[in-house]
Each structure stands twice: as structure tokens, then as C-alpha cells.
Design a protein around this ligand. Structure first.
Ligand code: NAD
Length: 315
């Protein structure tokens, strides 16, 4: 059996597959050459870069499995593949903590102006040190503040758990109401379950000091001008979900007016060529869609994906 890991696979996952007798190629084949190359493979694994659309599935009748390392399957025509008898598997939970921690990287950055300081210090750090010190003098702490979480699935709940561990208050909203508890695990084996109940979207929007988006890709933005208008002045907004869930033009207006104090973006409407107005805004902390890009998450993704592939072909 031959697998093409077109967007790479962690060495642990590759080794597991090879021990089970699979041949695994990890050299990336460009999208336009994939149809030809895939004729020699039984399965393909992708992350978010490679697209597996209907035409590609039709062109490669040998393919029996498509594996997505990660969560979002918007780059795969899942229903079509399944209708043709091609299995589609993913590793939905493996990267949740890494994405949640990136949310806090953006939040800690925003409340201490690091997105601006990191741009200005290399240029003005020698000549205007004290001016910069003054410009960044009014930082804030996260403890005791309220984080609003929109989309309370795997990553939303993981984000809430980290927030509770930091001593923050959590307000969450999901299309499907949740009432239960989140468990915080501490050093030495101690743990504590904290009750959490979702509230309305309006309550989240009006009462949060920070808002973090964790919904799937949406055709219509969840946060646009109307929602920004209802937020607290000085709110921080983070998007590590999918581009398109925030109206980027409305975000820029809200940043310029001071309604939103800062934003942290890992995902963009136009990927991989985000708009210059977003990339160059001094109040936006930027990362290039690296939510799942930690050694730990990639190891979990590779292991889980390899296990799913082995299980599928051994059925
Ligand atoms: P999930 O399916 O576990 O949770 C998504 C939640 O959003 C669900 O509970 C769903 O009911 C809710 N939801 C859907 N539409 C909604 C709406 N309009 N309003 C409110 N709630 C809504 O998914 P997840 O694993 O938590 O992933 C969340 C998002 O993070 C996805 O968009 C995924 O693609 C993205 N993601 C990004 C990265 C990254 O690198 N930045 C990595 C992994 C996942």
C-alpha cells in the first residue's frame, strides 16, 4: 500500500505506517500535478494546503482513503469522496490545546502592545526608548477579565479551560447550548470541575473584555460592524478559527475608531495572500495560520492519522 503525505506527516506517524508495511512518500506534489501522481497511490494525507476536490477524486480511482491531519475539511469534497466509496478521516481533537494556547499568545501580546513594540523597537528602540516606554505604559492583566468564546466545541472549550486556569471569567455561546463543567488538571494530580453554561450571543458580545472565535468556516461573518458596535469599548478580538468569520473591513474600522483595542489573527479572508490593510495594521497581532503548528500537536496528529489509516486498510 502506498500513501502520499502531500502536506507532510510527523516522523512518528510515518514510522508507524512503515512498521505496518506502508510505503509513505512525503515529497509535496504541486496541486496541478496531483491527478497524475496519485494514480500510483492507495491513499493521500493532507493538512490545509492541498485541495482534494471532485475532479481530483474522479481522476484517481485507485485512491481508497483521504486523511486530513487536523480538523477543518473545507479543502476536501468529503461528501463526494464518500459517495464514491473513498474513506475520509481526520484527527479533530489532536490540535485543540495548541490552538487554544495560540489564542492566549495573541491575548498576552495585545494587552501589552507587543504587536506594535515588536515592529517599532528594531527601528526606534535606540532613539526613542522612553517615548515607546510611555506609549506602552497602560497594559492590562488577563486575570479577572471576561473572555467571550463564540463556538463552544473542542477548541472553544479548551480555550475556556485555559482561561479559567488563568483566573478569567468565561462567557460562551454556541448554536447548540451547553450546560456542564470543564475540568482543570493541576500539578500533583489535583483537579477541579468548574460549571459552565452557554449564554446568548448578545450577552457574549456586550459583556466580554476579549472575544475569541471558534466556529467553522462561515459564508457570512459572525462578527461584523453591527456586532463591533455592541461590544465594550477597548475589547480585544482574536480569530484562530477560519478566515471569513470576521468582516475584516469592519474590524479595521473598529480598530481605527478605538472601539476594538487590538486584534489577534491567525486566519484571514484571503489566504495565503491576506490584505495589506490587515497585515500592516499596528493594532493587529499576526500569525500565518499556525494554530496546530506545535511539535506536540503534530506528533498527536501524525500518530492518530497513521492509526486511522492502518485500521482502515486492515479492516
Ligand atoms: P468543533 O466542531 O469542535 O466546534 C465548533 C463549534 O462551533 C460547534 O460546537 C458548533 O456547534 C459551533 N458553531 C457552528 N456555527 C456556529 C455559529 N454560527 N455560532 C456559534 N457557534 C457555532 O470544531 P473545533 O475543533 O473546535 O474547531 C473550531 C474552528 O477552529 C474550526 O473553524 C477549525 O477549522 C478551526 N481550526 C483552526 C486551526 C488553526 O490552525 N488556526 C486549527 C484547528 C482548527
Amino acid at each position: 500500500m502506498k500513501i502520499l503525505a502531500n502536506d507532510g506527516i510527523d516522523p512518528i506517524g510515518k514510522a508507524l505506517l512503515e512498521q505496518a508495511g506502508f510505503v509513505v512518500d512525503t515529497e509535496t506534489v504541486p496541486q496541478e500535478k496531483l491527478a497524475e501522481a496519485l494514480k500510483n497511490y492507495d491513499g493521500i494525507t493532507v493538512r490545509s494546503a492541498t485541495k482534494v476536490r471532485q475532479e481530483l477524486i474522479d481522476a484517481c480511482p485507485n485512491i481508497k482513503l483521504i486523511g486530513r491531519g487536523g480538523v477543518g475539511m473545507d479543502n476536501i469534497d468529503v461528501e463526494y469522496a464518500r459517495s464514491k466509496g473513498v474513506a475520509v478521516v481526520n484527527t479533530p481533537a489532536a490540535s485543540s490545546l495548541s490552538v487554544a494556547e495560540l489564542v492566549f499568545s495573541h491575548l498576552f501580546t495585545g494587552v501589552r502592545f507587543l504587536q506594535d513594540a515588536n515592529r517599532k523597537m528594531p527601528v526606534e528602540g535606540n532613539t526613542k526608548f522612553n517615548d515607546l516606554k510611555k506609549a506602552y505604559a497602560k497594559g492590562t492583566e488577563l486575570r479577572g477579565k471576561t473572555i467571550g468564546i463564540i463556538g463552544f466545541g473542542r477548541i472553544g472549550r479548551e480555550t475556556a479551560t485555559v482561561a479559567l486556569g488563568l483566573g478569567m471569567n468565561v462567557l460562551a455561546y454556541d448554536l447548540y447550548p451547553f450546560e456542564g463543567s470543564l475540568t482543570l488538571n493541576f500539578q500533583g494530580g489535583a483537579s477541579v470541575a468548574i460549571p459552565v453554561k452557554t449564554v446568548s450571543l448578545d450577552e457574549v458580545i456586550a459583556n466580554s473584555d476579549f472575544i475569541s472565535l471558534h466556529t467553522p468556516f462561515a459564508d457570512k461573518p459572525i462578527l461584523g460592524a453591527e456586532e463591533f458596535a455592541k461590544m465594550k469599548k477597548g475589547v480585544g478580538v482574536v480569530n484562530c478559527s477560519r478566515g471569513g468569520t470576521i468582516d475584516e473591513a469592519a474590524l479595521i474600522e473598529a480598530l481605527d475608531s478605538g472601539k476594538v483595542a487590538f486584534a489577534g489573527l491567525d486566519v484571514f479572508y484571503n489566504e495565503p495572500t491576506p490584505d495589506a490593510a490587515i497585515l500592516q495594521h499596528s493594532k493587529i497581532s499576526l500569525t500565518p495560520h499556525i494554530g496546530a503548528s506545535t511539535n506536540e500537536a503534530q506528533e498527536r496528529i501524525g500518530t492518530e492519522l497513521a492509526t486511522l489509516i492502518i485500521e482502515h486498510f486492515n479492516k
